[in-house]
Design a protein around this ligand. Structure first.
Ligand code: F6P
Length: 511
């Protein structure tokens, strides 16, 4: 039975990490290794990874690659791309890479064609609202993977959006209230995005939106056909909700929720930007898939990101991982990564259900720079915990205005340097910076659909690779179930009262 801690590499890595911690700083490596920056960076199309600012050297990387081989990584990677049943607890294949393949299967092609046709109809005014008005606003109703990926892409690629995209995810009524007061039901299309079509938040929001539209049209339920479409693997449930079957776009059980951006769940993207942009996003992700499949392990961006993450988590004992994009348009990426990483590798048992003795996925947090410099960088520079950082920055600005871009670049470069080199102050401990704090820097040539697709795919594969080392099933998410079950019990309790105080419900729910 595979257990990473029993491998030769793990044992050696533990000793080696302790030795490095005691004898070296990251700066020492820079002083000693000529060409370290070139050696510890990888360029793949428009994406550049600099991982030189970590307390790691070639010997440790080689050992980590050895560990990956002992985990039978290459075999698992083939299984992922071949569509084998690697989600063992739910007995499913995991084939989001097939959604962005340059040779898609017949079923994927068919849905892509339908998406294209439908998006064009909205954009050129062939599919209009019930009163014949052109659709000007599209509301994606979904949560988790049925919200974050599409939202991130819409924000990142910005363009002239026509129609304009909105995202409705929260059960709190203020979000839908504010949207309804801003939008005109006659010109609004709702996309109900739910793989399962059972998610409470999505269905409650969808019901409220439907009532709002029907009420506007004087109770005529025929209006639903012109204002609601659905994306789901549960087509019968979507039909039961009242969606016209021609307006339902299928996804499949082999598309995990948090990896579903590349499927019809991403339909808001071609509706608002055109199919060409969506295809370019898929093509960028496909390029990264090919790189992940074919590049040597020591020149493989997702593999190296994964190995550094494992080095930090299991051998340096860091608890967290920060993601700081220095591009306003990537502002949702930390939240997106929280779901993809923490829902995938936030596990305490291995694939066979055995309790693990070692640490798995880190706590992910983050926020855009430079804002986060004024929120939590104090702790990153001087706190008791060390949080490795992934900085993300774009070489070219999409909106060159005055000195903004250069000032931003100066900040991101300086922050990574400050974390690493620190600044000694023997006279005043409050002003002392120990340094030796690790980071990666990812540079996108430009924020294009291709580079964005590649970047997101790189993180997906990083997380997959780590799951192989940790021997966890990265594709289930049973941890979210208990809260849902208890919420329905508490709701029953609430509904049994005429009047209640929240504190009384809390007390009673614990009985
Ligand atoms: O939070 C659990 C989860 O199942 C996620 O994995 C998923 O992205 C989200 O809920 C939404 O699920 P659905 O698309 O089925 O509504």
């Amino acid at each position: 039975m595979y257990n990473p801690t029993n491998t030769y590499s793990w044992k050696y890595l533990e000793k080696y990490a302790d030795e490095l911690k005691e004898t070296k700083t990251i700066q020492d490596f820079f002083d000693e290794e000529l060409g370290r920056f070139e050696m510890m960076s990888i360029q793949e199309d428009g994406i550049f990874l600099d991982y030189s600012k970590n307390l790691i050297n070639k010997q440790a990387i080689d050992l980590l690659i050895g560990m990956l081989r002992e985990a039978d990584f290459e075999n698992y990677r083939s299984k992922l791309f071949n569509g084998d049943i690697i989600n063992n607890t739910e007995h499913r294949a995991v084939l989001h890479t097939g959604l962005r393949s340059d040779k898609p299967s017949a079923e994927v092609s068919e849905v892509l064609n339908r998406i294209e046709e439908f998006s064009n109809k909205i954009r050129n005014g062939e599919f209009n609202g019930f009163s014949g008005e052109k659709i000007t606003d599209v509301v994606n109703i979904g949560i988790g993977g049925s919200d974050l990926g599409p939202k991130l892409v819409i924000e990142a690629l910005h363009h002239e959006q026509s129609p304009k995209a909105h995202f409705l995810s929260n059960i709190d009524s203020s979000q839908i209230h504010d949207l309804m007061s801003e939008l005109n039901p006659e010109t609004t299309l709702f996309i109900i995005s739910s793989k399962s079509f059972t998610t409470q938040e999505t269905l409650v929001n969808a019901n409220t939106a439907r009532e709002w539209v029907i009420k506007h049209f004087g109770g005529d339920k025929n209006c639903v056909d012109s204002h609601f479409i659905a994306v789901s693997s549960n087509v019968p449930k979507a039909i039961e909700f009242g969606i016209n079957k021609d307006n339902i776009f299928p996804i499949w059980d082999w598309v995990g929720g948090r990896f579903s951006l590349w499927s019809a769940i991403g339909i808001v993207i071609p509706i608002c930007f055109g199919m060409d942009i969506f295809k370019r996003l898929l093509a960028g992700a496909n390029k990264m898939d090919n790189h992940f499949l074919n590049a040597p392990l020591d020149k493989n961006i997702p593999v190296i990101m994964a190995l550094i993450g494992v080095w930090h988590r299991n051998f340096m004992n860091y608890e967290t991982q920060a993601l700081i994009p220095y591009d306003h348009r990537l502002r949702t990426m930390p939240t997106w990564l929280q779901q993809v990483d923490m829902e995938s590798n936030g596990k305490s048992v291995n694939k066979s259900g055995k309790k693990l003795s070692y640490k798995t996925g880190p706590i992910i947090f983050g926020k855009t720079g430079t804002e986060s410099q004024h929120y939590f960088f104090q702790l990153l520079h001087q706190g008791k915990d060390i949080a490795p950082v992934d900085f993300i920055v774009c070489e070219k600005s999409n909106n060159e205005i005055g000195e903004h871009h250069n000032i931003m670049l100066a900040n991101v470069i300086a922050q990574a340097k400050a974390l690493m080199v620190g600044r000694k102050n023997d006279k005043n401990p409050h002003k002392n910076f120990d340094g030796n704090r690790p980071s990666n820097t990812i540079i996108l040539e430009e924020l294009t659909p291709e580079n964005l697709g590649g970047l997101l795919a790189a993180y997906e594969h990083k997380i997959f690779t780590q799951g192989i080392i940790w021997d966890v099933n990265s594709f289930d998410q049973f941890g979210v179930e208990l809260g849902k079950v208890l919420a329905s019990e508490v709701l029953e309790l609430i509904n049994s009262k005429d009047k209640f105080k929240v504190r009384d419900i809390i007390k009673e729910s614990l009985k």
